[in-house]
Design a protein around this ligand. Structure first.
Ligand code: HEM
Ligand code: FES
Length: 377
């Protein structure tokens, strides 16, 4: 006998003896899975409606069984079921601490292993399970494709909410191997599925080349700086700087040439809480500016593809730490740094060569050369 399975916006029909997982896969509904044999728990779903055979829940902890979670790869349905993906709040993973340390800015950096494979992306957040109402947030900073151990950072003001062993104040003997649990990961945005749009050098010319795009940028930022929702983000940034950075960034994206010097959007916007609505509002201002400059709908559509691509890096509901590789970078104050590669002074525009010492403003990400900010001034 066959049974209807509803999952997200689709349906699958499980044939006699077929597992829920196989039926969903056959219907092209893309459930997550890995081992297909009940051990990895990657495929776990929640049954909003329908009977769950005991075998499909046997290995799950009590609280998940109560919440009607089950393993679709172990489940041959006995009737119709309505299914949904797990809520990140319900997903708890056991971890073992390798290292906890306090950083210069008071943030706590954690390095750990998980008891089962964890699917995550750098920048996603998890909660450290403490049982309290406000469980501290941990932002993941490692890269699953590159790092064997997982690392993350907890904001300085949440440090006291962590269990003592995770606060970075105890020695290795007390912390190494310490067990703890994480909930999540939580996602503001679904993982990016599309590759970066290819360069489209003809588009730059079709838009009208450097002079026209610069005029568009100038008109756009005039609107942004006069906009009561957007202007507050720009109080510490001159309009010229915003125009220059955006111009060279977009020219690099569209033409493929290497001419942008500055942060990638994820880092540039790491402290800004930008909702989808605010992102859309900015897009509407950009759209209006492009229309005012006589650009066709087709051209505007081609331009918007590049901006939209960065939405997942920019829209978020909590600030992200700024990262360099898997290191969290300071975001306040100024320090003197020796440049590893040549750059340009953000004050005078002069060239700064590799090995020169510059003054680095951590929040703005700007550098100031020896001539503009002499060390013994
Ligand atoms: C609502 C949406 C957005 C807001 C509120 C916003 C705000 C800002 C602000 C305030 C800065 C200056 C940061 C600083 O210098 O510290 C900035 C920089 C920048 N933004 Fe945005 N932005 C938004 C969307 C975008 C989009 C869609 C893109 C790309 C397509 C983008 C690309 C950039 C770039 C390349 C920089 C320069 C980074 C650097 O200085 O190194 N932004 N943005
Ligand atoms: S796919 Fe591994 S438990 Fe179902």
């Amino acid at each position: 006998m066959s049974h209807v399975l509803s999952f997200e916006n689709g349906h699958a029909v499980a044939q006699e003896g077929e597992t829920v997982l196989n039926a969903l896969l056959r219907a092209g509904l893309e459930p997550a899975f890995s081992c297909k044999s009940g051990s990895c728990q990657t495929c776990m779903l929640q049954a909003e409606r329908g009977d769950i055979p005991e075998r499909a829940q046997r290995v799950l902890p009590t609280h998940l069984r109560r919440l009607r979670y089950f393993l679709p790869c172990r489940c041959v349905p006995t009737g119709a079921m309505q299914l949904r993906r797990p809520h990140p709040n319900d997903l708890v993973v056991g971890c073992q601490l390798c290292e906890a340390s306090v950083q210069a800015d008071g943030c706590i950096s954690l390095v750990f292993e998980t008891g089962r494979p964890l699917k995550y992306r750098s920048g996603q957040q998890m909660r450290v399970v403490t049982g309290a109402e406000n469980e501290p947030l941990l932002t993941l900073t490692s890269c699953p494709e590159r790092d064997l151990l997982i690392s993350g950072v907890v904001d300085a003001d949440a440090a006291s909410l962590l269990p003592r062993e995770l606060q970075g104040t105890l020695g290795d003997e007390e912390t190494f191997g310490h067990p703890f649990e994480l909930r999540g990961p939580f996602d503001d945005m679904p993982p990016r599925e599309l590759p970066a749009p290819d360069a489209d050098a003809a588009l730059w010319e079709d838009l009208g080349g450097d002079a026209k795009v610069r005029a568009v940028m100038e008109a756009f930022y005039a609107k942004v700086y006069a906009d009561e929702q957007l202007a507050p983000f720009f109080v510490k940034v001159t309009r010229e700087r915003a125009i220059d950075k955006q111009f060279s960034f977009m020219k690099q994206c569209v033409t493929g040439g290497k001419l942008y010097m500055g942060d990638r959007p994820r880092n540039a916007h790491h402290w800004m809480i930008i909702t989808h609505a605010l992102f859309d509002h900015r897009q509407a201002l950009m759209h209006a500016t492009l229309v005012e400059h006589g650009l066709s709908d087709a051209l505007i559509e081609r331009w918007t593809v590049y901006e939209e691509y960065f939405r997942p890096d920019i829209v978020k509901s909590a600030r992200l730490p700024r990262t360099l590789g898997n290191q969290v970078v300071r975001t306040t104050g100024v320090t003197r740094e020796v440049l590893g590669e040549g750059s340009v002074c953000d004050q005078c525009g002069g060239e700064v060569t590799s090995g020169e010492t510059v003054l680095l403003h951590h929040h703005m990400g700007t550098i100031s050369c020896e001539r503009c900010s002499p060390a013994n001034a």
